[in-house]
Design a protein. Structure first.
Length: 69
């Protein structure tokens, strides 16, 4: 429970800082397909430049495992 309290305080501080700077913060969550479309070009570029296709696949598998998919 203590962890969620600290996270709530941190989020509130971030919102106050954003409001003080005159910015607006989007609400809601990003659709998973949009997130994939954003990250795939960079992942592909890094795989080609560094020749680490196996590393990219391993990392993607690890992230998918952490997300429970």
């Amino acid at each position: 429970m203590a962890e969620s309290t600290g996270r709530t305080a941190l989020l509130a501080r971030g919102r106050r800082a954003t409001a003080a700077l005159g910015g607006s913060r989007p609400t809601g969550t990003r659709h998973p397909l949009i997130a994939v479309a954003m990250v795939l070009p960079l992942a592909f570029l890094l795989a080609v430049v560094f020749g680490g296709w196996e590393a990219v696949v391993t990392q993607a598998s690890s992230v998918a495992g952490m997300l429970g998919r």
